[in-house]
Design a protein around this ligand. Structure first.
Ligand SMILES: Cc1cc2nc3c(=O)[nH]c(=O)nc-3n(C[C@H](O)[C@H](O)[C@H](O)COP(=O)(O)OP(=O)(O)OC[C@H]3O[C@@H](n4cnc5c(N)ncnc54)[C@H](O)[C@@H]3O)c2cc1C
Length: 365
């Protein structure tokens, strides 16, 4: 049996590993000439670590990651609005971790047979009979996986044309070497702007920030970030002082409206191709990892991929929606709304936040 996988990102490589573990042959078609990820951090929650354990990679991932020890939300002056009970999460579900994207991709890539990954190949059409037309000919599989990201070509065969939705805000990411070590991690929320940071295993700090901006607006790079966040509480100004303009990433944030199906005949969608989400819950890659494990198991159990759709669509679409709502709250900009939001956050006990995370973190293979 063979799976042809379009896309060699986190979702595609994880899916290739999952199929291989069920004894399938895999062929990964990646249009870039190199398997690579952007230079930024990535948080992985315990649900994703359970998926990685199922792929046989959990321990290796943990050894190249840093456990998250503290988290929460502050205002721009550094006053706590809400604190995440990381100890309770760890005790119940296991520790969330933060790692560099390159390290995750390296580990995934090394676990896929060398000859199975074909780079520099652009897929142009996926057919319901299991054929994929691409820039070097045609590949055929018993299953075709669309792991080709938010602008998925494979998705067109499954559910026609679907336009991603702009969230209303843009995101910057940068990894910096701080002048002093940063003990904690977390996010700070202002008016229509947020800034977050967390320490990577090598002591560098992954920073991310968002701001309400029209889609496609010209970002002003580091000078804009410093103008927006330079007067916020420490360590934000210190981190921005250490940042390098050439390493700064800026992306408008989009998600996908709910798709009517994740499968059609022999084709299935995983990761951002199926359920691209805003990063407010840090679950996009986590869900791609869950997809990989479930899809390979369903495919190995028989020819019908419908159980994959049944198991994955409601869960991932719930998370897309929640992430969208958290983003809308985090990006509120009117002074009155921000005042009310901050007051509610202060009054919400950590136990309520813990409870609300349960349906996301309690996933079992
Ligand atoms: C700012 C930001 C922060 C985030 N933070 C987190 C986080 O902390 N935790 C978390 O879990 N998630 C996070 N995410 C989400 C996460 O990055 C994505 O969900 C994840 O990378 C999706 O992986 P994927 O493999 O599905 O798609 P992609 O990474 O988009 O990979 C798709 C691959 O397919 C290839 N491709 C596309 N079209 C073709 C074609 N026609 N032929 C061949 N190849 C093709 C592309 O080149 C690419 O390599 C964040 C996202 C953003 C934007």
């Amino acid at each position: 049996m063979k799976a042809v996988i379009v896309g060699g990102g986190i979702g595609g490589l994880a899916t290739a590993i999952a199929f291989t573990r069920h004894g399938w042959d895999v062929e990964v078609l990646e249009r870039s000439t190199r398997i690579t990820e952007v230079g930024a951090g990535l948080s992985l929650w315990p649900n994703a670590l359970r998926a990685l354990d199922a792929l046989g990679l959990g321990d290796e991932i943990r050894s190249r990651a840093r456990e998250e020890n503290s988290a929460g939300i502050r205002d721009s002056k550094g006053r706590w609005l809400s604190r995440t009970d990381v100890d309770a999460i760890r005790a119940r579900y296991g520790s969330p971790i933060l790692m560099h994207r390159h390290d995750l991709l390296d580990i995934l890539r090394a676990a896929v047979p060398e000859s199975a990954v074909r780079t520099g190949i652009s897929a142009t059409e996926a057919r319901p009979d299991g054929a994929v037309a691409h820039s070097a000919g045609t590949s055929t599989g018993d299953v075709v996986v669309g792991a080709d990201g938010i602008h998925s070509m494979v998705r067109r065969t499954v559910c026609g044309s679907v336009e991603p939705r702009y969230s209303g805000y843009t995101a910057w990411r940068v990894v910096v070497t701080p002048a002093e070590p940063i003990g904690d991690m977390g996010e700070s929320w202002g008016r229509g702007e947020r800034f977050g940071y967390g320490t990577l295993p090598d002591g560098r700090v992954y920073c991310f920030a968002t701001a309400n901006l029209p889609a496609g607006a010209e970002g002003g790079g580091l000078s804009e970030l410093r103008a927006r966040f330079g007067s916020w509480h420490e360590p934000i100004p210190m981190l921005l002082a250490a940042a390098d303009d050439t390493a700064l990433l800026e992306h408008d944030l989009y998600d996908l409206p709910p798709l009517k199906a994740f499968t059609a005949g022999r084709i299935a969608l995983v990761g951002d191709a199926a359920h691209a989400m805003t990063p407010n819950l840090g679950q996009g890659a986590c869900q791609a990892l869950e997809d990989a494990v479930v899809l390979a198991r369903v495919a190995a159990e028989g020819g019908d991929l419908t159980p994959y759709d049944t198991q994955r669509r409601p869960r991932t679409q719930m998370i897309v929606q929640r992430s969208r709502s958290i983003g809308a709250i985090g990006q509120l900009s009117s002074p009155l709304a921000v005042l009310a939001r901050n007051a509610i956050l202060r009054l919400t006990p950590p136990s309520a936040q813990f409870k609300s995370l349960a349906p996301i973190l309690d996933w079992e293979v």
